[in-house]
Design a protein around this ligand. Structure first.
Ligand SMILES: [Mn+2]
Length: 384
């Protein structure tokens, strides 16, 4: 049995890629997580007679021998399907437009930088001369528009625009598209944006205008990415960041938007353990204080590689460290005990590196727990 899967907090690019994969791999079963973005849920509830998706519970994992993964490359973002990471003899095919390495090791892959993942799959559909129905074309175009910000994000490529033109030829309906692409901006988001604007501050870093805003939130808030996007536009800065502290869950969600090539949000967020695209990215940090996160962001923009001080500030307290002569087995033991994803390595009191769960995979030391990716990426909150 072959199944197609994508990331939780499914957005239109992910949903489109899921549908496209079922056309490229006839007989494959599309499986969708229960957590999809609000506008995708709205689309699905209206078009449920056209598209049939399965939930992870409906799949007998033992029967799965081929897994097709689209628009994501981390097990941790697949939800329940992530359990398949332990399955032996699983053939994995990966389609992704995120260049940032993940922990899924595919048998075959098509990974290429592109504004939207669906653009890569449209190229394949065209090569195979597979006809699209108008509703498929509409869905795919929504995917391109959402992931490229209507082709305005700097990550958009010419091929995204050509693919959009092709979908319009295939009778994509722009009226339907407009209904679902309206940003999920409601009362809660409005209040957060207003609060951010009241405390807004601008700074100049390396000649760029940057605004970093710290605020507390309670519980999960949808579409924070939309809020940060609007915040950046209103503040009219090159890059804007929202550091949203959820004190109850002891975590900070960091969302960034950049309008210039010189500040690559995807790379910058990777420095915080997250990820994203050049124009938009996010990260989730546990047990941190917002000032330390702000310092880290400033440091990363300055291109300062000497981030040791900030890294130790970011770590849970007391900071767990190991010395460079610690064996991999002992390090694995410490990681498991402390439940953290990485530990700073010290030599004579100086930070000389980090050891992370992924390093154990490289060294073939048995990892006693599931590897997870911490990045929430942009689309968790409205756009991947
Ligand atoms: Mn995507």
């Amino acid at each position: 049995m072959q199944i197609v899967v994508t990331h939780r907090n499914t957005d239109f690019d992910a949903l489109s890629s899921l549908v496209a994969a079922t056309l490229i791999y006839p007989g494959s079963v599309p499986v969708i997580s229960k957590t999809v973005n609000p506008n995708v849920r709205q689309f699905l509830s209206i078009h449920k007679d056209v598209f049939h998706f399965y939930e992870p519970d409906e799949i007998d994992m033992n029967r799965v021998d081929r897994l097709i993964v689209v628009d994501v490359n981390c097990w941790g973002r697949l939800g329940r399907i992530g359990r398949l990471s332990e399955k032996q003899d699983l053939e994995i095919r990966l389609w992704d437009h995120h260049l940032m390495p993940g922990d899924i090791e595919p048998t075959w892959k098509h990974v290429e930088e592109m504004g939207a993942n669906i653009t890569l799959m449209i190229r394949e559909l065209k090569n195979r001369k597979i006809q699209l129905t108008p509703i498929q074309a509409t869905l795919f175009l929504t995917g391109i528009y959402e992931d490229t910000g209507n082709l305005m994000f700097p990550s958009s490529q010419a091929e995204d625009a050509f693919a959009a033109g092709y979908l319009m030829e295939q009778k994509a309906d722009l009226n339907i598209l407009g209904t679902f692409l309206r940003p999920a901006y409601g009362e809660k988001q409005k209040n957060i944006l207003f609060e951010m604007l009241q405390t807004a501050d601008r700074m100049r870093i390396n000649g760029f205008s940057v605004s970093i805003n710290k605020m507390d939130i309670q519980g999960h808030v949808d579409s924070l990415a939309v809020v940060v996007r609007m915040y950046r536009e209103i503040m009219n800065v090159d890059a804007a960041f929202g550091i949203f502290m959820d004190r109850e869950r002891q975590r900070a969600i960091v969302i960034g938007r950049s309008n210039i090539d010189a500040i690559n949000m995807g790379y910058l967020m990777k420095g915080l353990g997250g990820g994203g695209h050049p124009g938009a990215g996010s990260a989730m940090l546990k047990a941190v204080n917002s000032d330390a996160v702000e310092n880290m962001i400033v440091d990363l923009i300055q291109g300062n590689q000497q981030t040791s001080v900030q890294i130790s500030d970011l770590m849970s307290f007391p900071v767990v460290t190991i010395s460079s002569d610690t064996t991999m087995e002992t390090a694995a033991e410490i990681l498991r005990e402390k439940g953290c994803t990485g530990i700073p390595v010290l030599e004579d009191g100086n930070l000389i590196g980090m050891i992370s769960r992924r390093d154990f995979k490289k060294n073939q030391v048995k990892i006693p727990y599931e590897i997870t990716c911490q990045g929430v990426y942009e689309h968790q909150c409205g756009d991947d």
